[in-house]
Design a protein around this ligand. Structure first.
Ligand code: GRE
Length: 331
């Protein structure tokens, strides 16, 4: 299918190549190739896009990125640098390339201000953050955006009519030491990414982010970071037990997924799973994505183009409806 839109597509600053190579070493069998691909904006990825029928790519800064920087000033400076950099890079290709803002998430007002700057000055389509923000003198604090002090940020997203992509990051510090160090092969796509993001997303649900800010739109990658697979059980426990014990969400988990969440196919190219997710959250809220360069255009696009589905769903997931959460900022 031509004109597909993809929206979990990573880039990295060339000046931070050492960090990129370290991350690539954890996840790629060819760190040199990966580093070249993730630093490229205007050449290799557009050739792949042409070859595999991708019309529009939304770029975002790779994990762990700014969420790894526990000094607030340093984190803010890097976020601004990244946004200015990618704005320049995508400028010659307004019909092919867009971007999600990179944000330091130490301070809700500062994050809101940088989001506003990125969207109004550069036409960015929203923001992507890599799960919790590392904070504290030793990086051992983790900022979640599910507390009332973050409402100013959620309201800014609503006002600008853009979504937040909640992307995974790696476990660090005490969490790494105590939980993951002795089971390192589970870090990343096999388990830890989904554990981190689903904790955060369900924290938003149960701490009332969507009750206080009902128009907020959050995008989850990797077919929903395991939540759709567990929908029945989460619903059963929220409705039949936790609400009787005091959980005071206004709606059901299924309603939040129908009103506040989007799910992308990034890095999860299984038709069986897609069909299950369609059944759980509806094809109106599923968006095609690749997850390049952690995954290949070939794997993502050849799968999607040949997956059995009706034409309406293919158009909706592949390119039609997927512009909906970013429509307001189309330039
Ligand atoms: C990602 O950012 O989505 C990612 C990684 C590393 C491995 C797989 C993956 O950062 O999807």
């Amino acid at each position: 299918m031509l004109g597909k839109v993809i929206l979990e597509e990573a880039f990295a600053l060339p000046r931070l190549e050492e960090k990129t190579k370290w991350w690539a070493g954890l996840f790629s069998t060819d760190a040199e190739k990966h580093t070249k691909e993730i630093q490229d904006i205007q050449d290799i990825r557009l050739k792949f896009a042409d070859q595999y029928g991708v019309g529009y790519t939304i770029l975002s800064y790779t994990a762990p990125g700014v969420q790894d920087i526990f000094d607030p000033k340093e984190a803010q400076a890097l976020a601004v640098e990244i946004n200015d950099y990618i704005a320049e890079q995508i400028k010659p290709f307004p019909d092919r390339l867009g971007a999600f803002a990179t944000l330091s998430m130490h301070d809700p007002q500062e994050a809101s201000d940088e989001l506003r700057r990125s969207v109004t000055k550069y036409g960015f389509k929203g923001a992507l953050v890599n799960d919790t923000q590392r904070a504290g003198a030793d990086g051992e604090d983790y900022v979640f955006y599910d507390q009332p002090e973050w409402d100013v940020f959620w309201q800014t997203l609503v006002e600008l009519d853009v979504p937040l992509y909640l992307h995974p990051r790696n476990p660090t510090g005490i969490v790494f030491e105590k939980l993951w160090k002795d089971r390192q092969w589970l870090i990343g796509p096999p388990l830890s990414f989904a554990v981190g993001v689903s904790l955060h997303a369900l924290g938003m649900v149960t701490n009332g982010v969507f009750d206080r800010n009902p128009k907020v739109q959050v995008i989850l990658g990797h077919l929903g970071e395991h939540i759709p697979f567990d929908m029945w059980r989460i619903n059963h426990w929220f409705e039949d037990r936790k609400k009787k014990l005091g959980l005071d969400c206004k709606k059901t988990i299924r309603e939040y997924f129908n009103e506040n969440f989007w799910v992308t196919t990034s890095g999860h190219f299984s038709t069986t799973t897609l069909n299950f997710v369609k059944d759980q959250v509806s094809s109106d809220r599923i968006l095609f994505s690749v997850d390049y360069p952690f995954e290949t255009f070939e794997d993502g696009c050849v799968w999607f183009d040949n997956a059995e589905m009706n034409t309406g769903d293919r158009l909706k997931i592949g390119r039609g409806e997927c512009e909906r959460p970013i429509q307001a900022q189309q330039v």
